[in-house]
Design a protein around this ligand. Structure first.
Ligand SMILES: Cc1cc2nc3c(=O)[nH]c(=O)nc-3n(C[C@H](O)[C@H](O)[C@H](O)COP(=O)(O)O)c2cc1C
Length: 181
């Protein structure tokens, strides 16, 4: 049971804390977990060349851009479950996470069947952010498996919200159940 959390916040804030809590809870139940902090990675924007789909065989695709995505691709392919975490920016997912998502172009068909869950944090309203994550999962044929949202503004504000933590523990249990099924 390999689970990878991907954090799309540029700061050590609420999204990161929520992903850590979720992954800790899943690790306690036997999952092999990993957190990828996109703020620490050098990931260039997709250049749209579509060479990764050369011959229409995206399943065999590789990306020609040499950066930190190259070490991330095999880890994504090994995972059974991905959890995308995003701060809400202008009622959408963050640019950092969208940039990462675009760079999954060479491998997206091979994500089919994996579990996908989401975490989103906004000051006032989640807007379309969870829908954005769910849509990506749908395009890839992933199994949308739940989400937790929170309202917070300052970096560690969500740590005081016991209800959010309870929802994270519940989501961890649900994901473990699906992975064991
Ligand atoms: C560029 C930018 C755009 C934002 N847009 C929204 C928004 O549309 N709605 C909202 O409720 N909060 C918005 N926020 C507030 C963040 O979602 C909020 O501070 C959240 O806690 C950030 O999560 P983090 O701590 O994980 O980075 C925005 C913040 C920034 C920096």
């Amino acid at each position: 049971m390999k689970v990878i959390g991907i954090c799309g916040s540029p700061r050590r804030g609420n999204t990161e804390w929520m992903l850590i809590r979720l992954l800790e809870a899943m690790a306690r139940r036997g999952a092999d977990t990993e957190l990828i902090l996109l703020r620490r990675k050098k990931i260039k924007g997709c250049n749209g060349c579509l060479n990764c789909e050369a011959g229409g065989k995206a399943r065999e695709g590789i990306c020609t851009i040499q950066d930190d995505m190259q070490e991330i691709y095999p880890r994504l392919l090994e995972a059974d479950c991905l959890v995308f975490g995003t701060p809400v920016y202008f009622e959408m997912l963050s640019g950092l996470l969208k940039n990462f998502i675009d760079r999954t172009c060479p491998i997206w068909p091979r994500l089919e069947g994996k579990l996908l869950a989401g975490i989103a944090v906004a000051e006032e309203g989640i807007g379309k952010a969870v829908d954005n994550l769910r849509t990506y999962g749908s395009v890839c044929g992933m199994r949308w498996s739940g989400y937790v949202t929170a309202l917070a503004k300052t970096p560690k504000q969500v740590t005081e919200d016991k209800k959010v933590d309870k929802k994270l523990q519940q989501l961890a249990g649900r994901l473990i159940g699906l992975l064991n099924a």
